[in-house]
Ligand binder design. Structure first.
Ligand code: SF4
Length: 290
């Protein structure tokens, strides 16, 4: 396979054809993330992309869904990306949707007209890593945007017509900022009103600034029951019209899913029951990296 590894995609794109149009992440500075540390960000050359496309057309001619990798595909010039996406709909006659990761800064740097053009070309949904709504946490993790900029990016993408799938990370504020993380993240998500929301749990990766902070005792991880408290506060504060919520990633202690706000009480009931039963009902935490 002509992929430049490592390769990442959202869990919901498990059945999609992955097409690499960029390598790495143009930001690549978040303190908890090691995904693209080994890659220097760049956009594939026309020749490389053509080779990748020829391979995809040969092996997956009936692809219905295509996910554009790696991170921050929107960093590309609008016309170039639009032409690539329109070409995909010509090359893959069964294609129904194209999706991609999007960094908040890249959304903000495009005009509304450019975003609408990209949506009309066939990019149906963007995956946006919110991580936290707390100004302090976003600064600590070096996300590169403030909560207000994150809201602006999310609202702008939705206004341009994209569906949004947002991700938040439980435990990202540690023991010190967990309440702020819960309230502020709910505030930001409420302001954006994404169609999909996924809550992961913080995993500690080797060779990241975060692990050094933990070793220096500058950051204290939440215990499993504290993660449940944090999620409970967050869910209590969500005011969402019709958002499919999932917390069933491999990193999560408890698998939850529902539609918010409709299933809010049901989700809170499950969390309260889990709290009563205690840590024995959770997955062991060796996978979190400590
Ligand atoms: S979390 Fe996302 S934006 Fe931040 S460095 Fe990792 S891939 Fe890039």
């Amino acid at each position: 396979m002509p992929y430049d590894m490592p390769l990442y995609r959202p869990p919901s794109e498990a059945d999609s054809l992955i097409l690499q149009v960029t390598l790495g992440c143009s930001h690549n500075k978040c303190t908890f993330c090691s995904m693209y540390k080994a890659k220097k960000f760049r956009i594939l050359t026309v020749q490389e992309l053509e080779k990748h496309l020829n391979w995809a057309k040969e092996y997956y001619p009936k692809a219905r869904r295509i996910f554009l990798a790696d991170g921050n595909v929107l960093v590309m010039k609008t016309e170039k990306l639009k032409n690539i996406v329109e070409g995909l709909y010509r090359d893959f006659p069964n294609l129904e949707r194209v999706t991609a990761y999007a960094g908040p800064r890249d959304i903000l740097e495009k005009s509304m007209e450019e975003l609408k053009k990209l949506h009309s070309s066939g990019i149906a949904m963007l995956y946006l890593g919110i991580e936290s709504g707390s100004a302090q946490i976003l600064k600590d993790i070096n996300k590169g945007v403030t909560p207000e900029e994150m809201i602006e990016a999310g609202q702008k993408a939705r206004k341009a017509g994209f569906k949004l799938s947002c991700t938040i990370i439980l435990g990202l504020g540690g023991t010190e900022l967990w309440r702020e993380h819960a309230y502020e993240t709910a505030r930001v998500i409420n302001a954006i009103q994404p169609e999909y929301l996924g809550a992961l749990t913080l995993m500690v990766e080797e060779n990241t600034p975060l692990i050094r902070k933990i070793k220096n005792k500058e950051f204290q991880l939440l215990r499993p029951l504290e993660i449940i408290d944090e999620l409970r506060e967050m869910i209590s504060n969500f005011q969402l019209e019709n958002c499919i919520f999932r917390s069933n990633h491999a990193s999560n202690y408890l698998a939850l899913k529902g539609t918010l706000n409709k299933d809010k009480d049901k989700l809170l009931f499950t969390l309260n029951e889990a709290k009563k039963l205690g840590e024995k009902v959770f997955r062991p935490e060796g996978w979190r990296g400590f």
